[in-house]
Write a protein that binds this ligand. Structure first.
Ligand SMILES: Nc1ncnc2c1ncn2[C@@H]1O[C@H](COP(=O)(O)OP(=O)(O)O)[C@@H](O)[C@H]1O
Ligand SMILES: [Mg+2]
Length: 181
């Protein structure tokens, strides 16, 4: 089974490609629901295009080559008793929301979120990221703008910085009881 952290990586990479300056990633487990939301201020999509990226199988006759990042995330949510939606506006941005029943037997595990964080922030891109994770009311926020202010000019992509961030995310996940999500 695929890990949801990999779905998050895929969807956030779309935001990077869309030229977003700010990407917010939220993972929230509350009661019986797990809710994952990725929102950006990138180039957005128009309504007609959006319909095609969400349901690639209904559009095999179009000439556009369609990827699978969005349909796979949608499928992961729907097979776990959840829901999926994308709101997007051309020139404004995009928000992808997926919900899951936490205890559904077909719900993929979250997996290693610290890997996803490090891969995203270590990439060559102009996007800033805000990660917000909470489990039953306990949570943490990690904002690359705050990290950069502390780093005083040291690039985020430096290996020591990425190791520091990975360890910090892992520790935070353990603290809030999120490592087994
Ligand atoms: N956040 C986004 N902002 C703008 N366009 C997007 C966004 N997410 C997806 N898209 C568009 O939808 C397409 C399909 O995305 P996806 O299903 O992840 O497949 P892939 O990334 O492999 O093309 C992308 O190629 C892109 O054109
Ligand atoms: Mg993609």
């Amino acid at each position: 089974m695929r890990e949801l952290a990999l779905n998050i990586l895929d969807i956030a990479e779309n935001s990077v490609k869309a030229g977003a300056t700010l990407i917010r990633i939220s993972v929230k487990a509350e009661g019986e629901e797990l809710r994952i939301e990725i929102s950006d201020d990138g180039c957005g999509m128009d309504a007609e295009f959006l319909k095609r990226v969400t349901d690639p199988f209904t559009t095999t006759r179009t000439t556009r080559k369609v990827g699978m990042g969005i349909p796979l995330f949608k499928m992961a949510a729907e097979m776990a008793g959840g829901s999926f939606s994308i709101r997007s506006e051309k020139g404004v941005g995009t928000t992808v929301t997926a919900t899951f029943l936490r205890d559904h037997i077909d719900r993929a595990p979250l997996g290693d979120l610290s890997d996803t964080v490090v891969t995203l922030i270590g990439g060559e891109c102009k996007s800033e990221f805000v990660f917000e994770v909470s489990v039953d009311g306990k949570g943490f926020v990690f904002d690359t703008r705050e990290l950069k202010a502390e780093l005083d000019g040291v690039p985020v992509g430096e290996p020591e910085v990425l190791v520091f961030v990975r360890d910090m995310i892992k520790e935070n996940m353990i603290d809030i009881g999120g490592e087994t999500l």
